[in-house]
Ligand binder design. Structure first.
Ligand code: FAD
Ligand code: NAG
Ligand code: NAG
Ligand code: NAG
Ligand code: NAG
Ligand code: NAG
Ligand code: NAG
Length: 574
């Protein structure tokens, strides 16, 4: 009580000035509403500052004092996921932060050389871009309820950010009030978990993670309990946010399914303000929607519970060599020819250029060597190497291969993957078509990127999840991407988007166009069909039931419409 009234008093002193810029013509009533909100959320409402602001001497066209020490820290951490993920105003990829339709509406550094003064000197202005103006650092369900009530009352749109990994700019949004869930850090293990209200179900081993827990934290915790939690190939992706609600692939998915197959319960505040415990017994329709319908639209998740496995032993293979445009093709040919066989043997992993890192929990060390012998022999013939290692559990593999090899961020990285079915590899024509596509992208100077993460051997009950049904027949998530420079013009950005669309159209010839909503092209036109297939209509009716006023409305999320695109930072790309 006491600390709350202190917070209220303090905010009363600063708010009218702080909010002056945000409210239409300084409306006193609206300013008062923001001030009240800050009191209700215990003072955890903050102005959202762009990451690179300390380097600039102009902010939103007003002079500001740069802060050399803070700028140096931002420059040092600029491309590191672990640095960005703990800062409210920082996202992994620039397309989330910049207003893509207006190249001067952004606050970016030169990601190749973050100290390059070209980005911030000589009166360059740091602008808000696609970033929200304010955020609430969520600590309690009541914070979310207050923000929802505020949104309904004032018409301020909301966004939800957890770790900031979303490629499609969904965890941000110009003009929104952002709910930041990264500080929700609970973690617990239950050896015999039964979803609330379910009776007669067989208890399972499970881990419950607060919405803000990332995989680095969740994997370490699972290891302490000697169990395996399936998760992303990244230390900073969150276990309870967009990853699990959108699908959630792991290199163990071939055998153990996707994140949506393994989550057994969510705690969520729905847009009507209700705090709900959602599982297959309590709210089957909402639970179905949360397992594949995507983050950011059905409510604000506070925690999720995932079924875990006893420590899973597996063999890891790392096969690589230094390639050129010619020598990489036979390597890809061997991979294409063996994709169906390897999936049956439990392999999952990633092919990145002429490097393959795959694991299988189904083969012995000798069987694994035999299985990949032709690939290993080819890599060795090209001066490369193949290593095969047995692991007793996930965590040491994670430390060696995942945590030690984080991709650099802080750039514009437009995803554009599509799902390739196992069946597409079933005929010589099909394989030739896929190899020809890969050859073309190699010749165009791009390096193939193939997460082998389809749940080929996992037997999911019919209609148990709402992600595109194409996941159930997929073996590859074939990744293509595009980018534009931090200082690109609108024409250059549009050209990159057009190129990405063209590659997507070529891929669709053998993929059918279905894609993983979390790693698809944000310029997909028929996104409802591409990302959810025949599940979209049911998802939309569940969305309308729980959020009839559209308080949550992220970019190309369930419920988003063409008119919404027109008002976004991506209108020039529609
Ligand atoms: C480097 C990198 C590696 C990746 N590796 C993998 C991988 O191995 N496997 C895989 O499947 N995907 C991977 N992805 C994609 C990843 O699954 C998506 O980016 C996903 O959206 C991240 O979810 P998040 O909650 O961590 O991120 P955020 O960007 O914070 O959120 C993503 C979406 O979820 C919503 N959301 C976040 N928190 C909540 C919440 N508490 N309640 C409701 N909605 C919420 C947001 O509004 C947004 O729509 C990777 C992405 C990157 C950038
Ligand atoms: C909200 O209140 C806290 C605590 O008084 C204060 O530190 C913070 O600056 C306020 N938020 C805004 C946006 O003024
Ligand atoms: C799948 O299940 C959901 C949730 O229960 C339901 O709304 C939807 O109609 C089902 N779809 C089919 C094709 O049965
Ligand atoms: C961890 O679990 C595995 C598999 O269940 C078991 O064989 C092993 O003994 C356990 N290790 C420890 C340290 O408890
Ligand atoms: C690619 O590498 C191979 C083997 O090292 C070499 O013979 C060939 O000339 C190279 N081709 C190109 C185009 O560089
Ligand atoms: C892959 O299979 C095709 C026929 O489907 C064959 O022509 C080609 O030689 C095979 N490649 C390798 C490396 O085995
Ligand atoms: C964009 O930035 C790069 C450095 O990253 C620089 O070489 C180039 O000249 C800049 N382009 C424009 C148009 O300013």
């Amino acid at each position: 009580m006491h600390s709350l009234s202190v917070a209220l008093a303090a905010s009363a002193a600063v708010l009218p000035i702080a909010f002056a810029a945000a409210v239409d013509s300084g409306s006193a009533a609206r300013s008062c509403a923001w001030e009240k909100l800050n009191g209700t959320v215990g003072g955890r409402l903050h102005a959202l500052e762009p990451l690179a602001l300390p380097c600039f001497s102009v902010y939103k066209n007003n002079p500001v004092a740069p802060d050399a020490a803070a700028c140096a820290a931002v420059q040092a951490g600029y491309t590191k996921p672990g640095f960005r993920t703990d800062i409210a105003g920082a996202f992994m990829n620039n397309q989330v932060e910049e207003c893509a339709s207006n190249p001067v509406d952004q606050c970016l550094l030169d990601n190749k050389t973050p100290t390059d003064p070209l980005a911030f000197a000589d009166g360059a202005s740091c602008n808000q871009g696609n970033l929200p103006d304010y955020y609430v650092e969520v600590a309690t369900p009541a914070d979310v309820q207050a923000a929802l009530a505020f949104s309904e009352k004032t018409g301020t749109r909301l966004s939800i950010k957890n770790t900031g990994h979303d490629y499609l700019a969904r965890s941000s949004g110009k003009g929104t009030l952002m709910l930041w869930t990264r500080k929700l850090q609970g973690l617990s293990y239950d050896a015999a978990f039964v979803p609330e209200g379910c009776s007669g179900e067989k208890p399972v081993q499970a881990i419950t993670t607060g919405a803000g827990v990332n995989f680095d934290q969740a994997y370490a915790f699972a290891d302490e309990h000697n169990v395996t939690l399936l998760g992303g190939y990244s230390s900073t992706v969150g276990a309870s946010g967009g990853w699990v609600m959108g699908g959630g692939h792991s290199v163990l998915s071939t055998v153990y399914g996707l994140g949506i197959d393994r989550v057994v319960q969510f705690k969520i505040v729905t847009p009507d303000g209700q705090l709900r415990t959602v599982n297959s017994c309590s709210d089957p329709d909402l639970f179905w929607a949360l397992r594949g319908g995507g983050g950011g639209t059905f409510g604000v998740v506070l925690e999720s519970t995932h079924k875990v496995e006893p420590a899973i032993p597996f063999v890891a293979a790392s096969v690589s060599f230094t390639s050129n445009k010619t020598t990489i093709i036979p390597f890809l040919d061997i991979i294409v020819n063996n994709t169906q066989k390897w999936a049956q043997e439990g392999w999952g992993g990633h092919v990145s250029g002429s490097s393959l890192i795959n694991i299988t929990p189904l083969l012995s060390l000798d069987e694994a060597k035999e299985s990949l012998a032709s690939l290993a022999a080819y890599a060795e013939s090209q001066g490369g190497a193949a290593t095969f290692t047995e692991y007793d559990s996930w965590y040491p593999f994670y430390q060696k291969y995942v945590r030690a090899n984080e991709v650099a961020v802080g750039n514009t990285h437009l995803a554009g993957s599509q799902l390739v079915s196992n069946g597409a590899f079933g005929t010589a024509e099909g394989r030739a078509q896929i190899l020809s596509f890969l050859t073309n992208i190699v010749n165009a100077g791009t390096s193939p990127y193939i997460p082998v993460v389809g749940p080929v051997l996992y037997d999911a009950p019919a209609n148990s999840t709402s992600a595109t049904p194409a996941w159930r027949t997929a073996v590859w998530e074939l990744g293509v991407g595009s980018s534009w420079a931090w200082n690109s013009s609108l024409a250059q950005r549009q050209a990159a988007a057009t190129a990405l669309k063209a590659v997507g159209a070529t891929m669709s010839a053998f993929t059918g166009g279905s894609a993983y909503m979390n790693e698809a092209s944000m310029f997909t036109d028929n996104w409802q069909q591409a990302w959810w297939g025949d599940n979209y209509d049911a998802l939309l009716s569940i969305k309308n039931k729980y959020d009839p006023k559209k308080l949550l409305n992220c970019y190309k999320c369930v419920g988003w419409t063409a008119e919404d695109t027109a008002q976004s930072c991506y209108s020039a790309f529609a």
